[in-house]
Design a binder for this molecule. Structure first.
Ligand code: SAM
Length: 228
């Protein structure tokens, strides 16, 4: 799967994609990540990618042309229009189900804003306006990092040998994941539940299912339709 991110400051994302899961997935040719500097797509002779808001008000708004020119350049590079997402606190909220759906795309382009946000006509040309949560970041780069990692983990093969996405919280329904333990057996007076060392896989499976429910009811009853 191919990811493109268009941002004023793509260098913020370079170290993020050069380590860990995303780096390993690129090394194994499971994903490609391309970072683009928005300014490279500004109109000739006009390095500005932002301007004052029509109607007045504080701050600057990001102009539409550099974003649409960037998407057009990516489209001609890959020979088809990528699924295009504008990162915005006003978008639909990202969750695991949406991440799984997005991972079916062959090419995903993320447009990252700054300042007061992006001219509304960019959203009108995107396939999706996407928020990572009900709070406002200074810019879309951190949101892009979140979307990159969450969606890439859903690409077959990216989460492999050392982990399984299928036991994660939210993966196969609204439940949180079960508690995890490793060595030492006793830590600060707390011992690992005996069942996990019993070698009885059916008992362990049942214990984990019950604990996943217990944790969900304690931390996120809203996920299973109950009030907090
Ligand atoms: N004035 C805008 C509003 O009230 O909706 C907020 C603009 S925000 C300071 C600047 C940029 O950060 C946005 O254009 C978007 O790209 C990014 N951003 C901020 N919060 C976000 C969130 N929760 N999810 C996704 N992107 C976000």
């Amino acid at each position: 799967m191919r990811f493109d991110v268009v941002s004023m400051w793509p260098d913020m994302l370079r170290p993020f994609v050069a380590e860990g899961t995303l780096w390993a997935a690129q090394q194994r040719d499971l994903i490609e990540v391309h970072l683009h500097r928005l300014e490279d797509f500004s109109l000739q002779g006009r390095p500005m990618v932002d301007d004052r808001p029509f109607g007045g008000g504080a701050g600057m708004v990001m102009r539409p042309e550099p974003f649409t020119r960037a998407v057009e350049a990516i489209r001609s590079q890959i020979g088809r229009r990528p699924f295009t997402v504008l990162l915005s606190p006003q978008g639909v909220r990202l969750d695991q189900t949406l991440a799984k759906d997005l991972a079916h795309q062959r090419a995903l382009t993320l447009l990252s804003g700054r300042y007061e946000g992006v001219d509304e006509r960019v959203a009108a040309q995107c396939d999706l306006e996407l928020s990572i949560g009900d709070y406002v970041l200074a810019g879309g780069e951190v949101a892009a990092a979140v979307v990159l990692e969450v969606v890439a983990r859903m690409v077959p093969g990216v989460v492999g040998r050392h982990a399984s996405a299928s036991t994660d919280s939210f993966y196969s329904g609204p439940l949180l994941g079960h508690p995890q333990y490793t060595r030492p057996r006793t830590f600060h007076g707390m011992t690992v539940p005996k069942v996990l060392m019993s070698g009885d896989h059916e008992k362990i499976r049942r214990w984990r299912a019950v604990e996943a429910w217990r944790k969900t009811l304690r931390h996120r009853p809203d996920l299973v339709g109950l009030n907090g």
